[in-house]
Design a protein around this ligand. Structure first.
Ligand SMILES: [Zn+2]
Ligand SMILES: [Zn+2]
Length: 293
């Protein structure tokens, strides 16, 4: 059995290359203080951070410049490994994905169910066409959209102090759609911050600094493929409410640090953990398929 490597990082950040407040140097330093292994910055419609040489290790953090592309219908696609995006802004979604696929890039649905404030969507509408060829996966939990959803404008000043109480988890419709899609194809989930670390004009204080954001939602990358008998073992670093789901339905659950389940049936298995009553971890699925001869 090969060794398992685990890298913990944050995906979907905006720097001052687009509408974020921080430099790449500040973002890497914040990632280092928060103990991250990698940070994926995704500025709007530009790969300039990479062109300017920011890809690589800095302060012990691997900086990975990706991109967030704005399509014609204003839907957003997060791409990793794209070579050239200069001509993709405001192009139709299918064209963008076709192009990214040809470049060998991984493309993710960004904030499939965006936040609404007083009935008005913060971004374009829902993006549910996940079966368009070229998508690798989805931002299952878009943190900024989670904590901003339903925020009343007069509560915005106190938001810098109250955002922690607004953490609810991934949008349930996004999770349900993901469970439908993973029944018939592989579809990876990532956690997304969509943090801009904006500075409030009147108070001069940052709404969710980069470092605060890095201590919230992370995406763990495991590099070895799972092999072995069909016994699923869940281990949590802290006692939590652990649920094992098969094809979107709970099969087994416990409260504690470990859960072991003998899988009798093929299916798409994944784990949800809640910590102190709050949503905490959503794992990508393990695909158990019958042996084909
Ligand atoms: Zn976006
Ligand atoms: Zn964004």
């Amino acid at each position: 059995m090969t060794e398992l490597h685990e890298y913990v990082g944050a995906v979907h950040l905006h720097s001052c290359y687009s509408d974020g407040s921080g430099t790449l140097r500040e973002i890497a330093a914040a990632g280092g203080r928060a103990g991250l292994d990698y940070v994926v910055v995704t500025d709007h419609d530009t790969l300039r951070p990479r062109e300017d040489g920011w890809q690589g290790w800095r302060d012990g953090v691997l900086l990975v410049p990706g991109v967030e592309i704005t399509c014609r219908d204003r839907s957003h696609v997060v791409a990793l490994g794209a070579a050239e995006v200069a001509n993709l802004q405001f192009k139709p979604l299918r064209r963008v994905l076709f192009d990214l696929q040809n470049q060998g890039a991984a493309a993710f649905v960004a904030h499939a169910h965006p936040a609404h404030i007083m009935g008005i969507s913060l971004k374009a509408g829902e993006l549910l066409d996940w079966d368009i060829p070229g998508f690798t996966g989805v931002e299952l939990w878009s943190f900024m959209h989670d904590i901003c959803n339903g925020l009343m404008p007069w509560r915005i000043p106190s938001f810098i102090y109250t955002w922690r109480r607004r953490i609810r988890g991934p949008h349930p419709d996004t999770v349900a759609h993901w469970d439908r899609v993973t029944r018939h194809r592989r579809f990876a989930a990532i956690g997304s911050l969509d943090n801009h670390a904006m500075v409030m004009p009147v108070f001069g204080k940052q709404v969710l600094s980069y470092e605060e954001g890095f201590r919230t939602l992370r995406t763990h990358v495991l590099t070895r493929e799972w092999t072995g008998p069909a016994v699923l073992r869940v281990h949590s670093p802290a006692p939590a409410a652990l649920s094992l789901l098969r094809n979107g339905a709970v099969m087994d659950w416990t409260t504690g640090t470990d859960l072991e389940h003998r899988a009798e049936e093929a299916g798409v298995y994944r784990v949800e953990a809640r910590f102190e009553g709050r949503p905490w971890v959503y794992t990508n699925p393990v695909y158990l398929r019958p042996v084909t001869k």
